[in-house]
Every structure is written in C-alpha cells, then in structure tokens.
Design a protein. Structure first.
Length: 157
C-alpha cells in the first residue's frame, strides 16, 4: 500500500454516498483501489450491508464497510490461525471503540434515532429531503477517516 494513495478517503466515501451508493459500499469503494478490487466487485461485496444490513437497521453500514476493508487489509485465511484471528478481532474491537467514541453507537437504528429494528426492504429515494434528515453521508466520511487513521497507526504488512 503506497502512502500517497492513503489520502482523501473521507471525501471519496461521502461522494460515493451522495452519488447513490449505500453506506457500506461508500466506505469500501473509498478504498477499492488500494485493496486491488474492481469498483464493481467492491460495490457488489458491500451491497448487502447498507441500511444496517439490508435495512434491518442493525450494525451501521458505514461501520460494516470499515470491517470489510479491514478484513482485506489485515484478515487471516487459515482457520487454524488463532493468533491471526485474535489480532483481527482486536482490530475490530478497536475500530468499534473509536466509532462509538465518535458517534455513541455502531447500531444503525440508534444512529438514525429510530425505535424499531427493521424497515421495509424498499430503499428510500435519494432526494434533497433525504440527505437533510440522514447523517449517513457524514457517517461514511467519518468511518473512512477512522479507518485511514487506523491504517496509518497500524500499517498492514
């Protein structure tokens, strides 16, 4: 991973969200080039995680996008690699702590101020009113920044 590539992820994530990508896609797409993923592959990989996992309003899609990218930057593949598994779970928990420090939660419905677990599966139309009442573009930007800061402090090998 080249250091000169590690900039502007925050702006990229927000721009992708404003372009219409879901929250998880927006964060993963901000890193797709460094990860060696085609844009379409990255968008497909993250497509189920928008709206707190398919609009279930569970784990915030922006945080899921962080974890998808972190898995590709740091993850393990050997099921017997207990040290790799432990190290990855430590990273996940550190990233979750930071996200919670910034936003109070990693749960979509809590971040949106909703009192229910799921919504209809139909996504909301992206209108000016939608963008006014949803913090998701800013959450995507912050999530990408959280990952960027983590990567600078913990360079992948």
């Amino acid at each position: 991973m080249k250091n000169q590539n590690m900039n502007h992820h925050k702006e990229k994530a927000k721009a992708y969200f404003l372009e219409g990508y879901n929250c998880a896609q927006s964060v993963l797409l901000a890193y797709h080039e460094e990860l060696g993923l085609e844009k379409e592959t990255a968008a497909r990989l993250a497509s189920s995680f928008g709206g707190g996992m398919g609009r279930l309003r569970e784990v915030c899609g922006t945080f899921s996008g962080v974890l998808l990218a972190a898995s590709l930057f740091y993850g393990y593949s050997d099921p017997k690699d207990m040290a790799g598994k432990k190290a990855q779970y430590e990273r996940v928990q550190a990233l979750a702590r930071t996200f919670r420090e910034h936003h109070g939660s990693i749960i979509c419905r809590e971040l949106l101020g909703l009192d229910h677990h799921s919504d209809a599966p139909t996504p909301s139309l992206r209108t000016a009113e939608y963008y006014k009442k949803r913090p998701c573009a800013d959450l995507a930007a912050d999530a990408a920044q959280i990952l960027e800061d983590f990567l600078k402090e913990n360079p992948p090998q």
